[in-house]
Ligand binder design. Structure first.
Ligand SMILES: [Zn+2]
Length: 433
């Protein structure tokens, strides 16, 4: 099912024309209304009247997270504050949070873009949609809420209730679609097993997960534990919130809502635009947002664009699932690795739990990688020491074979790797200079 066939399946040339018109209007607005853009365009001598095609986008300067932090709280808003009807923000764990504002029209568009995400996963007005995302400044809860209401689903805003209550709601309220982070979904799956609740006792059929990068192996684990079809989606507060890109039933890349954002992939160091299939940093330009438009925003997320048309009939370009972030790329002895690639390998090994920590050290001038991996229940049961040692070796060999990196693997007891308050593990500890 396609929520907005007219736009999601537009002829590419019509789409590009629409993008250009919307881009020109956006550039005019930001140049007039946002001092930051006026200054940065003037500094580079950019004449926005000369932007005559999408290819001219590369003449425009980038916008970084630091630029947005420096504009705290409202300097990037492009409309008078009286026209803003909603404020959200990032968590601001590093410096000022990034504050974003939405006009009434922005909220309407946002809901319709999330409606596309849900419809593409086969969710309809018949569904009970349980939204286990935090309802607050974070965009996940409210973003999905309005989208799910838009398609007429019965929305259960369970937010981040205690996970046991969450399970009671899943069971008793006959939830058919779960929306959460993938980590939270897995956690629910593990608790169901513990409580001896078989997934067939639930009504759950679909899950839409996002807000953190996850691997295909994690998807397989969630689907197995919850007996559902799991869909990925992508969004970020700065650009919109959820609703930027989403999976269709093919589940082979995420369609970008290109009638509202223009996507580019650039080389993370040279910042040169890259072609289809080339992996680099995602950059977005919003072309319909009024409150908080963004020009060439560098996301820090690593992906690539898929050129081939999709079997589902949508013409919107697809991006690959996020493989990592520019700032969590690890360089070990000259090799570039993302923690996600290691996670993929660990999850493929039967018996490993997806709880691990990578420790980087310098030993006699050389980089050394150690991976602490928590034992899963299954592994803990074959407690013969030799079996565990063999498993450690197998994991190490596999990492060497696939990533070209020698890593020492160390199995540790479940729940012994320190978690932060939100239950998240610190994935990488770099003890090198
Ligand atoms: Zn598709």
């Amino acid at each position: 099912m396609i929520y907005s066939r007219e736009y999601e399946s537009m002829l590419r040339e019509d789409l590009e024309q629409l993008q250009l018109e919307r881009l020109q209007a956006t550039l005019n607005r930001v140049y007039r209304n946002v001092a930051f853009y006026k200054q940065s365009f003037d500094r580079l001598g950019v004449d926005i009247e000369k932007i005559k095609g999408i290819g001219d986008l590369k003449q425009l300067p980038f916008t970084t997270k630091d630029d947005l932090r420096d504009s705290y709280p409202y300097d990037m808003f492009a409309v008078p504050l009286r026209d803003i009807v909603r404020i959200h923000s990032t968590s601001g764990t590093t410096g000022n949070p990034i504050v974003v504002g939405y006009t009434r029209n922005d909220i309407t568009i946002w809901a319709s873009l999330v409606a596309r995400v849900l419809t593409a996963a086969g969710i309809t007005s018949q569904d009970f949609v349980q939204i286990a995302f935090h309802y607050g400044l974070f965009t996940g809860g409210f973003g999905f809420h309005y989208g799910a209401e838009k398609i007429g689903a019965s929305v259960i805003p369970s937010s981040t209730e205690d996970v046991r209550k969450q399970i009671t709601i899943l069971k008793d309220y006959k939830t058919s679609a779960l929306i959460s982070t993938p980590g939270y979904a897995l956690h629910i799956g593990v608790l169901l097993e513990e409580q001896k609740i078989h997934p067939e006792q639930l009504f759950l059929k679909k899950g839409i997960f996002g807000a953190e990068p996850w691997s295909e192996s994690l998807r397989a684990q969630i689907e197995e534990k919850l007996h559902i079809e799991a869909y990925d989606n992508y969004g970020l507060t700065e650009v919109l919130g959820p609703g930027v890109a989403f999976e269709c039933p093919q589940r082979d890349g995420l369609h970008v809502n290109e009638d509202h954002v223009i996507v580019e992939v650039v080389h993370p160091e040279t910042l040169e635009p890259l072609g289809y299939g080339e992996e680099g940093e995602l950059v977005f330009t919003t072309i319909t947002k009024q409150g908080f438009p963004l020009i060439r925003f560098r996301t820090g997320d690593i992906s690539s664009l898929i050129e081939a048309p999709c079997k589902c009939g949508r013409t919107l370009v697809r991006m690959k699932r996020i493989t990592g972030r520019t700032d969590d790329m690890i360089i070990v002895e000259g090799n570039n690795v993302f923690p996600m690639q290691i996670e993929q390998i660990l999850l493929d090994m039967k018996g490993a739990a997806p709880h691990y920590q990578i420790i980087l050290k310098r030993e006699e001038g050389l980089d050394a990688m150690q991976i602490n991996l928590e034992l899963s229940e299954k592994l803990a049961s074959f407690d013969e020491i030799r079996g565990l040692q063999k498993f450690e070796e197998e994991v190490g060999e596999r990492i060497y074979r696939e990533l070209g990196i020698r890593a020492g693997v160390n199995l540790v007891e479940p729940m012994t790797i320190r978690r932060s308050e939100g239950g998240k593990l610190e994935r990488v500890i770099d003890l090198r200079d």
